[in-house]
Design a protein around this ligand. Structure first.
Ligand SMILES: C[S@@+](CC[C@H](N)C(=O)[O-])C[C@H]1O[C@@H](n2cnc3c(N)ncnc32)[C@H](O)[C@@H]1O
Length: 226
């Protein structure tokens, strides 16, 4: 984050103070940037531990065959999902997509790296092919967090989510929910969710997955109910 973005975030926080204790803690935690300094077994994973624990609970409940992730970055979350498959003795794979190939990505045991834009039709077809035959599918969207991009990802990847599983839209806390309000990041994942849901009654927000009071994905655990 550059100097001007830090200043912008501080002014925005000053002009739009948190409304309740949960939002206050969320903001304090978020702006500390500790989430960028969070590790699982030595691998940098850009997530709030509450959400990592929620993923673990979802894995246990669903016993997925595949998790598709848009946004690999350093591979920390892909590594975490792969380890969950190991620990739970599941025969699952992680398909993870990024426009950039970072150096020193975790070794590809169970992890399939796909290089390209998540919204390109060719990449989507490739992912579909890789996931073919795998019945229980979770999708996590953690790439470009602009509304337009997230909505395109949702329209493409929701078709791969199996019944009773999840389309997880990450970082819906941006643009004032509760962080980066005012001069924030502009419409983002939350606004994409709000536009997507009325046209997709087969998905509903599963608030039970936000039980730890703070999630970086508010309203972002979308369960496929039919
Ligand atoms: C927030 S990081 C992902 C963090 C990672 N999932 C984790 O939890 O450690 C977002 C990543 O999305 C990637 N990205 C941005 N636009 C993308 C696109 N159109 N398609 C695929 N990946 C994209 C960026 O290169 C970046 O590595």
């Amino acid at each position: 984050m550059n100097f001007f973005r830090i200043i912008k975030a501080r002014i925005s926080r000053f002009l739009n103070p948190p409304k309740n204790i949960e939002d206050e803690f969320h903001s304090k935690y978020y702006y500390s940037k500790i989430w960028a300094n969070t590790y699982f077994m030595g691998k940098n994973v850009f997530k709030c531990p509450n959400d990592l624990w929620t993923y673990q609970e979802i894995f246990w409940d669903l016993k997925p065959d595949v998790i598709i992730e848009c946004g690999t970055f350093k591979g920390g979350s892909a590594h975490y999902y792969a380890k969950l498959f190991d620990i739970m003795d599941l025969d699952g794979i992680v398909i993870t997509i990024d426009v950039y190939a970072m150096p020193d990505l975790p070794k590809p045991d169970r992890i399939v790296y796909v290089s390209g834009s998540s919204i390109s039709p060719e990449i989507f077809e490739k992912v579909k092919e890789l996931a073919k035959g795998r019945k229980k599918v979770i999708v996590v969207l953690d790439s470009d967090h602009s509304k337009e991009h997230v909505l395109k990802e949702m329209e493409l990847y929701h078709t791969l989510v199996s019944k009773d599983s999840y389309l997880i839209v990450e970082d819906s806390n941006l643009n004032g929910h509760p962080v980066h309000s005012g001069w924030g990041t502009g419409p983002g994942p939350m606004e994409a969710i709000n536009e997507f849901l009325p046209n997709h009654p087969e998905f509903e927000i599963d608030k039970t997955r936000e039980k730890f009071l703070m999630s970086f994905n508010p309203n972002g655990y979308l369960k496929k109910i039919k």
